[in-house]
Write a protein that binds this ligand. Structure first.
Ligand code: SAM
Length: 380
């Protein structure tokens, strides 16, 4: 550049070239490490996964996860996550009522069900501030009968068993607290069913084990400490299963890479499973990227539900992606889900000054061709 030349502003072409170089460089460096005698670990992979995700190299991301599995890299860097800060929030009301709705559908058939919780948590929580406009709003009188009311009622009773206004069926130490997904499931599972709960943190695992022992569960329940992704990616099953994937969302790209890898694995190797993947809705672009990646997985019919309080900074909006088998489970699922969320929206909005929204829509597959509906924000 001569002295009189203006410095060039990077244009879209230059930027996309830089991004391309970054993912290429990340992959190159990663695979050069063993050649130079350096040990590959989860931190190196997490960094390559993040770079490839940001460049939209989704298939490379899945290949990186596969490489981790093949190389036996099972450790997983997790953020210290305390679910108690969210216990009973609008987020939990959404998450747990949808989970219960699907569980009820599965146990309406007498054959055994396996319920898997990939990120179980301790499952028993004191209620904090966010419960005010969540579960506490739901149990506040009056409780008008409304659309979707049966599932919502069942959820309120199960989540807050023993608390004022609800009829409990739990052992004393569990009464009056908020029940997370494992204890919720155990209230519904029958003797012929089984539950498998994975929890990575030792502290949460020990609490969960104790809480499960104190529950009046009739199903066989196994509590396992460890990285659920690692365990499940090595298994296949023909059982009728409901799998709840409720991961933390930080670091987002690493968790999402594993979530999507496992989703594809379940689709291929667990043909009788219904998978429920929870995701945070923090950013429109991030969610649009997730939907794009889900479409690329070609999982057939994928139903998405979004629910949340608009115009909030906190994590009050999130979604579920449902990939369901066996097929009969789909009968009326979409309609029931809409009814449930409409009812939840009505009840939550009575105690909330901000708009509450929900949407249910098919993301891909044959059903998408037949039905209307779309994301309330991401696809506008
Ligand atoms: C959102 S909380 C679970 C809440 C629970 N599903 C509920 O609804 O009551 C996420 C939990 O996943 C655990 N966790 C994080 N990564 C994990 C992994 N790879 N395998 C198993 N557990 C994990 C965290 O320690 C945390 O307790």
């Amino acid at each position: 550049m001569t002295q009189t030349e203006e410095p060039k502003q990077p244009d879209a072409f230059t930027c996309s070239g830089l991004v391309r170089q970054q993912w290429q460089l990340a992959l190159h460096l990663l695979f050069q490490m063993p050649v130079s005698g350096m040990k590959l670990d989860s931190v190196c992979f997490a960094s390559a996964i993040s770079t490839c995700s940001k460049s939209g190299r989704w298939k490379d991301v899945l290949r990186l996860v596969e490489a981790m599995l093949q190389m036996g890299i099972s450790d997983f860097s997790i953020a210290r996550y305390q679910h108690c800060s969210q216990a009973g929030s609008t987020l939990d009301c959404f998450k747990h009522s949808v989970f219960l709705m699907l569980l009820q559908k599965l146990i309406s058939d007498p054959s055994p069900v396996t319920c898997i919780d990939t990120h179980a948590g301790p499952s028993l929580y004191d209620l904090g501030g966010p419960a005010q406009r969540g579960i506490l709003q739901l149990i506040a009188p009056p409780c008008p009968p409304s659309l979707g009311g049966d599932v919502l009622h069942a959820y309120i009773h199960a989540a807050m068993a023993g608390t004022a206004g609800t009829a409990g069926t739990l052992a004393d130490p569990l009464v009056g607290k908020y029940q997370g997904s494992p204890l919720l499931a155990l209230q519904w599972l029958r003797p012929q069913d089984q539950a498998i709960f994975y929890e990575m943190s030792r502290e949460a695992f020990l609490q969960l084990k104790e809480n499960v022992q104190q529950s009046f569960a009739t199903a066989t329940a196994t509590v396992q400490q460890g990285n659920s992704y690692w365990h499940l990616a090595h298994q296949q099953s023909e059982s009728r299963s409901l799998i709840l994937m409720d991961p933390p969302y930080d670091p987002y790209e690493t968790y999402m890479a594993w979530n999507l890898f496992l989703l594809q694995h379940f689709y291929e190797k667990w043909p009788q499973s219904c998978v429920l993947l929870w995701f945070p809705y923090l950013d429109d672009d991030q969610v649009a990227g997730l939907y794009q990646r889900l479409r690329l997985l070609q999982l057939d019919d994928v139903l998405v539900a979004e629910f949340g309080v608009q115009e909030t900074e906190s994590l009050e909006t999130s979604g579920f992606n449902l990939d369901a088998n066996p097929r009969p489970l789909w009968l009326r699922t979409e309609v029931q889900l809409r009814e449930l969320l409409r009812s939840l929206e009505f009840r939550i909005s009575q105690g909330c000054e901000k708009p509450v929204m929900n949407s249910v829509f098919w993301l891909s597959g044959r059903k998408k061709m037949q039905c209307a509906g779309k994301s309330y924000r991401a696809e506008k």
